[in-house]
Design a protein around this ligand. Structure first.
Ligand SMILES: [Zn+2]
Length: 149
């Protein structure tokens, strides 16, 4: 955080916001706009919920402080950017783990999440109920390394 987060405040104390000294703001809960942006978040249509007294003024009486940083509630913030490819890939990996039958002879990926916590496999592996071919993808063939060692 730096001086670009600071705004001039002329109606000091009239805003009704809770105020925090430089180092006393709840960490990870209230952040400046700059920190929000750095985390890929936007205020999500919500205004600031608190004020942070600037470093210099933290050592002076409140009435002398004319520089405040707005603090935003992380819980109200919204993702600013669409997911990056890396994030989508990670998401797909997470989904694949929940949709793929872990039985080695099966390894089919279904179009829905499997009851892995209770059954530990797809229905067909669990009790022989034939799986609808439209609900899974054939397992990908194992990669064969043809390069000579
Ligand atoms: Zn299975």
């Amino acid at each position: 955080m730096d001086d670009q987060d600071l705004v001039d405040v002329y109606d000091d104390g009239a805003g009704g916001f809770p105020e925090y000294d430089w180092n006393s703001a709840p960490k990870g809960l209230l952040v400046t706009r700059r920190q929000l942006r750095a985390a890929g978040l936007s205020p999500g249509g919500h205004g600031p919920v608190a004020q942070l007294r600037c470093r210099r003024c933290s050592y002076r009486p409140l009435t002398e402080c004319t520089h405040l940083a707005w603090l935003y509630d992380v819980g109200l913030a919204k993702p600013k950017r669409t997911a990056t490819l890396a994030q989508e890939w990670a998401l797909d990996r997470a989904m694949a783990a929940r949709q793929t039958c872990p039985v080695p002879a099966c390894r089919r990926r279904y179009t829905f999440c499997l009851p892995l916590k209770t059954l530990g496999s797809c229905l067909e592996c669990h009790d022989g109920t034939p799986a609808d071919p439209r609900t899974y993808y054939a397992p990908t063939a194992p990669v064969i390394h043809r390069l000579a060692a």
